[in-house]
Design a protein. Structure first.
Length: 168
């Protein structure tokens, strides 16, 4: 298990490269099709700010799963966490690793809010039609959307949990 596995959702890459492409189009427009009186320096500074924000928000964050530790790369901070120091993994809103008296939120592993809302409303609709006694006795254990394999937080948590389990 010496391989390094990089976890980065494709959606983040798509948003990041889309933002950079639109930013590049803005730069081309600002440089080659400027009107008289336009401040090209301001336009280029604004484009640089947008490109930096796109890089920090969508392209830089990632999760590196190595053989004995996980590296969490967030926009402004990189943290190395040993698997054996992880005490809890939470996936309610985003992947949250609790380790050695600290917590680290993983930016690349959010729980998809729209899908969570759809799942919650579907479950509510399904159980609302049952009588109160049947609803309480026939409930099947429902996995929250944030912990399921359909969300980024659930997938990343599963990858980390598999690495932790393989160490024991």
């Amino acid at each position: 298990m010496n391989s390094v596995e990089i976890y980065r959702p494709k959606g983040n890459l798509a948003w990041g490269f889309s933002a950079l492409a639109l930013d590049l189009l803005f730069v081309v427009q600002a440089v080659f099709y400027a009107n008289s009186g336009d401040n090209v320096f301001f336009d280029l500074a604004l484009a640089a700010l947008v490109a930096a924000a796109a890089y920090l928000i969508w392209l830089r964050p990632r999760l590196l799963l190595q053989s004995d530790h996980v590296v969490v790369v967030n926009p402004f901070k990189t943290e190395v966490i040993e698997y054996r120091s992880i005490t809890a993994i939470e996936t309610k809103w985003a992947l949250l690793l609790k380790h050695s008296e600290k917590t680290t939120r993983v930016w690349v592993a959010p729980a998809n809010g729209k899908t969570r809302w759809i799942t919650d409303s579907n479950q509510n609709w399904r159980f609302r039609k049952l009588a109160k006694t049947k609803a309480s006795t026939n409930l099947v254990e429902v996995t929250s959307m944030s912990a399921s394999q359909n969300s980024d937080s659930g997938v990343a948590a599963r990858l980390i949990q598999e690495r932790i389990d393989s160490l024991h």
